[in-house]
Design a protein around this ligand. Structure first.
Ligand code: MG
Length: 394
């Protein structure tokens, strides 16, 4: 079975009063869309992700979000249409076979969880169509244009629809095609399916699964994030070390940043000793061995590979073990060149891959005062200490 997520992220962010597009607005130092996509990236039942954005944003979304956060399941970024419904239709048409189920989710709902996606998919596999939602807590009144109540609806039957909404592919394509023919615009995808007689099953979403469209929503989202960060956690610490020899004709890459210098570092991958030491510290904290065990330098798959990709895999290994990185401190011992001008860019790269605030990545540099292999410019050595904590279940 193959399941593809379609994520419309097309809003211009006007209601947020921002000049940048909504999908780039940051929550905890990362674009909202990156938070959302990461949940889908980490959900095992999702095979592939299609992101739909305004045409003018395709390149920047690819670079600043998909590439920067190593979201490897995103195979396609397509241009959307005028309305959300048009954008979803564009996403549905971009799906290449084979695909059995489509998970449609708003790019600006970053608090979706893996469990929620799985629940909706399981329900759709029984019925063909499922919709996340929460039960109405307030009494709902229907009123005229002059605010006169025409009905009080039966609250126990009322749900407020959210996304994810999950459908069998043929069914939702048909629902969208019919809506287009009839020039019908619905406020969600389930309503298009309902119109053609499909029965849609409601599934528990969550109150926290908000759609961030106003400044108030953003403030609430930040409060949720603060609360999550403040929960008690079990802390573990790991130590990592790596060294690489200087070599002519190689690039000098540290922290995923290419540093202009006459010498580079020798190694099977890109020889990024900083990332390697950090990976070892993280794996050590998780009790998962070391980098050599997971990415052997005899494996041609890792030849000249960007070590940021290895870091993303280490993050996944931790995640599979129910752990997440919270803080890393590293000292790079290198006689020349100066590291300080590049430290911020390095921390940025690492923070993005690990999905932690950039303040949680500390990179310091030291010379070795001319002593030993570092001092004699034979190579570079890096020490790193990482803290990891048990991850949130939901
Ligand atoms: Mg190494």
């Amino acid at each position: 079975m193959r399941t593809i997520a379609v994520i419309p992220a097309g809003g211009a962010g006007r209601r947020l009063g921002a000049t940048i597009a909504k999908q780039f607005i940051e929550l905890y130092a990362q674009p909202i869309l990156a938070h959302t996509l990461r949940v889908f990236q980490n959900t095992a039942v999702i095979d592939e992700i299609i992101v739909v954005v305004p045409e003018e944003d395709i390149i920047s979304v690819r670079e600043r979000i998909i590439g920067a956060y190593a979201l490897s399941k995103v195979t396609t970024v397509v241009a959307g249409g005028r309305e959300r419904q048009d954008s979803v239709r564009c996403g549905l048409h971009a799906i290449a076979a084979p695909c059995d189920y489509v998970v449609i989710h708003d790019g600006v709902r970053p608090f979706v969880t893996m469990a929620m996606i799985e629940r909706c998919l399981a329900a759709a596999m029984e019925t063909g169509a499922a919709c996340a939602g929460v039960r109405a807590k307030d009494t709902v009144k229907e009123a005229d244009i002059d605010h006169t109540v025409t009905a009080t609806l039966e609250r126990h039957r009322l749900w407020l629809a959210q996304t994810p909404q999950v459908f069998a592919l043929d069914l939702i394509r048909k629902a969208h095609d019919v809506a287009l023919q009839d020039q019908y615009v619905g406020t969600d995808d389930a309503s298009l399916a309902e119109r053609i007689g499909v029965s849609v099953r409601m599934v528990d979403g969550a109150d926290a699964n908000i759609k961030i469209t106003t400044q108030e929503d953003l403030a609430m989202a930040e409060a949720f994030m603060n609360q999550k960060q403040a929960r008690p956690v079990h802390l573990r610490t790991g130590l990592g070390y790596d060294s690489h020899r200087f070599a002519a004709g190689r690039k000098l890459i540290l922290g995923g940043v290419e540093i202009p210098f006459e010498l580079g570092l020798q190694g099977h991958s890109d020889a990024d000793a900083l990332i390697h030491a950090m990976c070892d510290a993280l794996l050590g904290a998780a009790g998962l061995g070391d980098i050599g065990r997971h990415f052997p330098d005899t494996d041609p798959a890792y030849k000249n590979i960007s070590s940021l990709v290895l870091l993303a895999r280490v993050k996944q290994l931790l995640s599979d073990a129910g752990l997440a990185a919270t803080h890393i401190d590293a000292t790079v011992m290198m006689e020349k060149p100066k590291l300080a001008p590049h430290a911020a860019a390095m921390a940025d790269n690492i923070a993005r891959v690990l999905a932690v605030p950039v303040a949680c990545i500390s990179i310091k540099a030291k010379t070795n005062e001319g002593m030993g292999f570092v001092g004699q410019m034979e190579g570079v050595a890096v020490w790193a200490v990482a803290n990891v904590t048990t991850k949130e279940k939901e």
